[in-house]
Design a protein around this ligand. Sequence first.
Ligand code: BGC
Ligand code: BGC
Length: 869
Amino acid sequence: MVRAWLAPFLHVAFAQAQYSTTPTGPNGTAPGDLNNAQSPPYYPSPWIDSSTAGWTDAVAKAQAFVRQLTLLEKVNITTGVGWEGEACVGNTGSIPRLGFPGFCTQDSPLGVRFADYVSAFPAGGTVAASWDRGEFYRRGYQMGVEQRDKGSDVLLGPVVGPLGRNPKGGRNWEGFSPDPVLSGIAVAETVKGIQDAGVIACTKHFILNEQEHFRSPGDFGDFGFVDAVSSNVDDKTLHELYLWPFADAVRAGTGSIMCSYNKANNSQVCQNSHLQNYILKGELGFQGFIMSDWDAQHSGVASTLAGLDMTMPGDSDFDSGFSFWGPNLTLSIINGTVPEWRLDDAATRIMAAYYLVGRDRHAVPVNFNSWTRDTYGYQHAFAQTGYGLINQHVDVRADHYKAIRVASAKSTVLLKNNGALPLKGNEKNTAVFGQDAGDSQYGPNGCADRGCDNGTLAMGWGSGTSDFPYLVTPLDAIKNAVAGNGGIVQSVTDNYAWAQIVSLAKQASTAIVFVNADSGEGFITVDGNAGDRNNLTIWQGGETLVQNVSAYCNNTIVVIHSVGPVLIDSFSNSENVTAILWAGLPGQESGNAIADVLYGRVNPGGKLPFTFGTNASEYGPDLVYEPTNGHGSPQDNFEEGVFIDYRAFDQKNITPVYEFGFGLSYTTFSYSNLTVTKVAAGAYTPNTGLTQPAPVLGNSSTDASQYQWPANLTYVNKYIYPYLNSTDLEEASRDPEYGVDHTYPEGATDGSAQPKIAAGGGPGGNPQLWDVLFTVTATVTNNGTVAGDEVPQLYVSLGGPTDPVVALRNFERLSIGPGKTATFYADVTRRDVSNWDTVSQNWVITNYTKTVHVGSSSRKLPLSAKLSF
Ligand code: BGC
Ligand code: BGC
């Protein structure tokens, strides 16, 4: 049987890679000539470096483990068993001979997806607003614990791609912030937390996966077949913006990285040798394994040689029964197309991550099943076989609800306050408005993967979700706050019940209006929004709701639950709107957290992790919503370079409604006494020399008869196995073009010592990039009468014509008593003051005058000093 998938195995594989030999492409391309940008080749795929700091023990154990494996066993741990083949959202094959159960990989970046008795944490883009390293770490650790105790090996998160190039991007909220430094610090702490709990973090989606529309070939079938969108980016922007937080994740030791659905410079990312071999494994010195996004693998040999280490969920299309790997990977080794050291390296990287986080000590058997909450059911959901106990309903939440409430309150941003807040709880007549204040009529988990906007919004939709154990609504928590004090609380949660809304607004002394805006992953469309938002307006008529309530009540407080910025300028300056809060996507403790802030039990200290503008166009180029290139890849040219979010507003001198980094408190702070001290550091030296040759851990027989289906195997329908179904390799391949001569990329199979990459040398890049060149201090004074938190922020101006006006480089959340002062300390590293030089392929400190600024937001920077080198 000849299947359509076979063609991509060879053709698309190499056609997409377009092995341009010119040194242009992302290395030489300047913003502006990005259309049809090409990604240059880089081979061979770097093998694991056993001398990497932090990884030596793990690599030694991994190599010892892989040495004892057969070819089939090595293939098995690189290849998923197929969609819904086992309990987790992705599972690799096992090694029964050694009692090794195979890997369970499970969503999501804010909890455990598809399971009960789990916690729903605040989303990444919400906790980012806490600007609190301790909260980032604790959230990561607790999510790791919950995954570990459910039996999962790999947590499919955190997210730093999308970074958030455009606020309409459907999955931005899964990640942290469009600022690479805030994202970088958040991802590093999250990775450390997850992995300290004994679970492998899978930082995703690498890279430039900035929109949902056309993310994969053939997605968005309304337009017929359209190939995957190509995010075209120049090398400088790649390094200074989108790659930056991935470097931090690698430096923090992320055991895994997921390659993304999209193309980058017209090459599918999971087979893009420049991005995977040169940038990620080469320059960033990533020692863990690259896992494909679900069906983001589009070739066998090409992706193998371009550095992919694990394919998920394993089948070429969900439940096709075919795989680009599995038997095809076995075959490509025995016919010599792929050298065995490349497979050994993939297996070693997978096992090194396993030992790095201590899976050998922490593993518990998987005790849940993604595909049903029933206690008994099928072990192999798609095949409907293996009936038995599949859900033990293990409660893994411990007391995480406490930290969730704290983190959500700390992530709430006070945008406006004319003295209306904090409330005292003894208000006589409180009126609460908005569908977003109350319960969903379907319950908090009533829509699969949270794919609807009903009731209060506490997470977006798609795979980046978990089930709520409960969801405390704002209305419940407000009633609790007022109940004992003799006040009354009434509510209208139908946004269109105008008569009741007006009548209640007229009586209220305090009106609190809850509004929202949602988005998610492209496989679900909500209210016509196919993942990406269609616009930045508030949903459910919320803007009109605020206007109507505030027309009748001169003390209207607005709370926004949203995935990112929304347009609020129609009411933000209204006198009757006395306070505005952004509460993000707070997770299960939503109501408690907002009530903590509204009633002053918590003094807000969150800061915006993005900019509120007045118009979507202010943020830069729009997403690509329609094909622009016929059936070919829409060309999405990132021509704005590094100028996204506040950098775009600053560059174009646009006054935002509320700027990046902004957030008020119930007290006020002032800044004084900036000091800048130069620190002696050695000169920056490029990484030089040669790597070791590729370690050879196996020398498997090439005799096809040894890899045939075992006679005694109980076949599970559509499951992916590593076996060949013929000793005739052509027949086993089922590839009509088997044996046709293909030119493989030059050097791809060369396992000899390779030149090291100048900007590399350690996890995340050249270790000297983290040399401290300056230390900065400033005094922050709490001028009020209540204790509060302030987040002093350090920005740099690098001074060149293509540099942002200011760019965030450091911050610290400080708790300061009334009338007290605190000292803000921040290091400025070499990386912080460097630009990427496309010619030398390294970081350089330019001769432009550089300035450091300290203050309370990207636009309130009272302290500045020139840096003298
Ligand atoms: C998403 C990933 C997710 C995977 C498994 C994909 O569609 O892009 O983020 O981890 O599915 O659910
Ligand atoms: C509209 C809202 C609507 C939402 C969901 C937005 O574009 O402005 O009115 O509720 O999409 O469709």
